[in-house]
Design a binder for this molecule. Structure first.
Ligand code: BTN
Length: 321
């Protein structure tokens, strides 16, 4: 991905209907006018509508409404995000990002897609991924031992929620890492990791956000544009900046620095729940007390509090418990 193209797109957006000459663009990008022409052609290929007006230069008439790398790159504010890949259709951005991780890509590499044909969710589920959503995976290389990495799923979900706050979309969290809008799921997080006994090598934080209710979208979920109108690129950039802030705070001070913010938006607090493991066995049921400083869900069953480290939560307590 070329940052020059992101700069070029930004220049065209700032020029607006006045347009901007090839000569000015060449100067700002530090390239020849011929190279500007080539970058303009590449942007058009990606769905940008750019008019060339003889004697005047280039005028942008529309940008793609998708989380394409250039549109996300020019919106993110956090310097953690250093490389932007993908942008079209893929099977799974998590799989692509894992490929980059294995070949030594730096922390802060981001893989984006406009749709996924094999999107994956937690617990082996499918993540339905039509156009109109944000599908991104971020490569992290935390300096942690694997045992200390458990809260990261909560950290990433909190980051997504904090990022959505910045564009006026107020969400809550369902432990461990579901993001809800008006009680329905609007975003999910899938964390995958490669580690040795004493250190994490890489983590891929995959995040899917329902933005527009486009054809093929699931029923029963929520969409960002029910709360506020935003392009997929704006949503992706906001989410990435939110993740970066939460991840940095976790790296500096651990989950205890974030637990208050997590609790402020915790949808399950005070609710009766049942938590099951991967095999469907009940590991705890009762009333949710809170999330503790290690990211564990504390569930109170008639005065006995069970700290739960992982599992699938359903609302309600089975009869007789
Ligand atoms: C869940 O709630 O079950 C987690 C869903 C995670 C979906 C995202 S979309 C981008 C990334 N690529 C994938 O295949 N999955 C994650």
């Amino acid at each position: 991905m070329s940052s020059r193209r992101a700069t070029l797109a930004s220049e065209l957006v700032s020029a607006g209907s006045a347009g901007v000459s090839g000569e000015v663009l060449a100067g700002r990008l530090g390239v020849s006018r011929v190279a500007v022409g080539k970058h303009i052609a590449a942007l058009r290929e990606m769905g940008y509508e750019i008019q060339a007006v003889r004697g005047e230069g280039y005028r942008l008439s529309s940008v793609p409404d998708a989380a394409v790398p250039i549109e996300v790159e020019r919106r993110v504010k956090d310097r953690m995000w250093v490389r932007f890949e993908g942008g079209g259709e893929t099977a799974s951005t998590n799989d692509d990002c894992k490929g980059f991780a294995r070949t030594g890509a730096p922390e802060g590499t981001v893989v984006l897609a406009t749709r996924q044909t094999g999107g994956r969710g937690r617990l082996g589920r499918t993540w339905v991924s039509p156009e109109g959503g944000v599908y991104l995976s971020a490569l992290l290389r935390p300096a942690l031992v694997p045992a200390d990495a458990a809260p990261l799923a909560l950290v990433i979900a909190l980051g997504v929620s904090l990022g959505l706050d910045t564009i006026g979309v107020r969400t809550t969290l369902k432990w461990p890492n579901d993001v809800l809008l008006d009680g329905r799921k609007v975003a999910g997080v899938l964390l995958e990791m490669s580690a040795e006994a004493d250190r994490v090598d890489w983590m891929v934080a995959g995040c899917g956000v329902n933005v527009h209710a486009a054809p093929g979208a699931l029923a029963g979920v929520a969409f960002v544009d029910e709360a506020a109108e935003h392009s997929c690129a704006e949503v992706a950039a906001a989410v990435l900046d939110g993740i970066a802030g939460a991840y940095r705070a976790f790296g500096a001070d651990g989950f205890s620095a974030l637990v208050g913010q997590y609790e402020d938006r915790h949808a399950l607090a005070g609710t009766g729940v049942t938590v099951r493991d991967m095999e469907g066995r009940i590991v705890a049921s009762g009333r949710v007390v809170r999330v503790d400083d290690s990211g564990r869900l504390l569930v109170d069953d008639a005065g006995t509090v069970t700290p739960v480290t992982s599992g699938e939560v359903t609302l309600g307590v089975p009869p007789g418990r």
